[in-house]
Design a binder for this molecule. Structure first.
Ligand SMILES: [Zn+2]
Length: 421
């Protein structure tokens, strides 16, 4: 590719362009970038025909397909993604978490994620990581951070030290997070993988969740709720939260049980859903399937693989049903990378799984670009390749509309018009 970082005008000419709005792929397209912003975009003949290039102008040709820089609505950059338990992760120092975060942020950026929403890190780590990227100390996606997730005193992620209970306690916690620089509020509305918590149980009352929504909106921050239990999903909808993470329909008895009535309320609510399709064991599946084919699995591994396959299949089925009920445009990409073995650098897994759930490749691309940017409150800046937006562009080797696996073959990444490398 060889585009130099430049404050002058540069033009990226590509064999094809998918702009992230849902509009069809444009062939032989050009993107004119100046000062990190997209000035013009369209057919090469139209764009280059009436632009006179100054001496600093460069035109770069690629036979690849341009898509908007991906937006990952759910990451945990300070976690290790190496399969250890939350308790083992929490035993690490803040310094180790910061080192992991610097590595993880770069790995994710290089795979095409130019915007990411960090949904929970300990103490001030999220804010400091964002500062380090903004100051150019390390390379990473433009970051939106929740800081410490709001959770019950012994709730999921309580070890991030953002515990609060009761409407007043929650309002005070959110005021503090906003003052520290939070871009959004993450609240744990059910248990999760943290020991002592139960993913089948809701953890906050409707009035507590409504207090969170009110306090966040008062200072202009969007909210997102970790909801695995059906009961927590129902309460989050009732409390007017902006986005739901996971949404697994776990009934009180612990079974995954799709509830059409609850699903319809979600569709009607206007909430976004970040179903974190990778988070039911996809990385485990990717790692263990080749071993199964080679006949090299232990009995224990066979059990782990079968459970991950079952859980992932249920998730895909549920998300397919929700998409069919009308939620499609508000389903967004989130990897949950960092937790357990959920790897960084694999937004492509999320895209593949969305297509497996029944979305078209175009719908999956929009879910990971334009729609995710809107859900994160930055749809006016990123998520689509349009004039006036930041010049965050990914060049893929082939069109993901023909085969979504093309999203795994990233040729180049530009953030603010600068090549990542
Ligand atoms: Zn998460």
């Amino acid at each position: 590719m060889g585009v130099k970082a430049s404050t002058g005008r540069q033009t990226l000419r590509v064999a094809g362009l998918i702009d992230g709005t849902g509009a069809p792929q444009l062939n032989d397209a050009a993107i004119v970038i100046e000062g990190g912003t997209i000035q013009r975009v369209g057919r090469t003949a139209d764009v280059l025909g009436d632009i006179s290039h100054g001496e600093d102008a460069t035109v770069t040709w690629s036979d690849g397909i341009a898509v908007p820089g991906f937006v990952d609505a759910h990451v945990h950059f300070t976690l290790f993604a190496d399969g250890r338990s939350y308790e083992a992760m929490a035993a690490a120092s803040d310094v180790m978490m910061a080192i992991a975060a610097a590595r993880n942020a770069f790995v994710h950026l290089r795979a095409g994620v130019t915007t990411a929403r960090d949904n929970g890190s300990r103490n001030r780590l999220g804010f400091e990581l964002k500062g380090a990227i903004d100051q150019g100390m390390i390379q990473g996606p433009r970051l939106l951070v929740s800081g410490r997730p709001v959770t019950q005193p012994t709730g999921h992620f309580h070890w991030c030290n953002g515990t609060a209970e009761g409407p007043d306690g929650i309002r005070a916690a959110i005021k503090g997070l906003a003052a520290e620089g939070a871009d959004h509020i993450k609240i744990m509305a059910s248990g999760g993988g943290t020991r002592g918590t139960d993913p089948a149980r809701a953890s906050y009352s409707i009035s507590e969740l409504a207090a969170a929504t009110g306090a966040a909106h008062e200072v202009g921050l969007p909210t997102t709720a970790h909801c695995r239990a059906s009961e927590s999903m129902a309460r989050a909808i009732e409390a007017g939260l902006d986005c739901m993470e996971h949404g697994e329909f776990i009934a009180a008895d612990g079974a995954r049980s799709f509830d059409p009535d609850l699903a319809m309320r979600l569709v009607d609510s206007g909430m976004y859903l970040s179903p974190t399709l990778q988070a039911n064991g996809w990385d485990t599946i990717v790692r263990l399937r080749p071993l199964r084919e080679a006949g090299a699995l232990t009995a224990k591994e066979e059990q782990i693989l079968a459970a991950a396959e079952r859980d992932t299949e249920i998730t895909l089925e549920q998300v397919g049903l929700l998409a069919g009920m009308g939620l499609c445009e508000r389903i967004i990409a989130g990897t949950d990378a960092g937790c357990f073995d959920f790897s960084f650098g694999h937004i492509d897994y999320c895209l593949q799984l969305m297509v497996a759930a029944g979305l078209t490749p175009m719908q999956a691309i929009v879910a990971a670009t334009g729609a995710a940017a809107r859900a994160c409150g930055v749809g006016d800046q990123v998520g689509t390749i349009e004039a006036g937006k930041r010049a965050d562009v990914v060049i893929l080797a082939a069109s993901p509309l023909d085969d979504i696996r093309a999203a795994s073959d990233v040729r180049a990444v530009f953030k603010d018009g600068n090549p990542v490398g």
